[in-house]
Ligand binder design. Structure first.
Ligand SMILES: [Zn+2]
Length: 181
């Protein structure tokens, strides 16, 4: 797992123990030996967009770890009190400062190894002017031939870009559900 295990009870601060709770559960959980609180850990959602303009797609060069200096689609962890589409739009605004119109869901990627689900929406760019935030070194448009495939930050982004250009060639966009190892 990517995330570090829970160390202390969120309720009382006592050091937790990982064990199968006595309530018929079948998985090990972080259980508090003092107050009995069971801490459930579930996958996190990462939401983003495939911003496109004509035959080009917008990529952001990462100014943060992990994968500093590598290229990615705008995406990040979903926040509470927002929908998946709102989160994807927020990340696109924060990381690229792009003007765009949200379109349909495009890819759903299970990244079991790190306990994440990534969702990308297509987004139609309204301008080729960008105003990237501090998490981005540079935001620019790439045609399929220009994509720096060896410099893409994440497998989920690479898989989404490949499907996007495939669908673009076919002239129809589906929803792609993929498992990333
Ligand atoms: Zn406790």
């Amino acid at each position: 797992m990517y995330r570090s295990p829970i160390k202390h009870c969120k309720n009382c601060g006592t050091a937790v123990l990982y064990r199968v709770p006595d309530d018929g559960d079948t998985k090990e959980r972080a259980v508090c030996p003092a107050c009995g609180t069971i801490h459930y850990e579930n996958p996190l959602n990462v939401v983003g967009t495939v911003p496109h303009l004509g035959d080009r797609v917008l990529l952001c060069k990462r100014n943060i770890e992990p994968r500093w200096g590598k290229w990615t689609l705008p995406a990040g962890f979903m926040e509470l009190n927002e929908t998946t589409a709102q989160g994807a739009a927020r990340e696109t605004d924060e990381e690229a400062g792009a003007q765009f119109e949200m379109e349909d869901l495009f890819s759903v990627l299970n990244v079991e190894r790190v306990g994440q689900v990534h969702l990308f929406y297509r987004a139609r760019l309204l301008s080729d002017q960008f105003n990237p935030g501090h998490e981005t070194i540079e935001a620019r448009l790439f045609t399929e031939a220009e994509i720096p495939w060896e410099e893409i930050a994440f497998k989920t982004v690479k898989a989404t870009l490949e499907r996007y250009f495939d669908d673009r060639r076919k002239g129809s966009y589906g929803i792609h559900v993929l498992d990333i190892s």
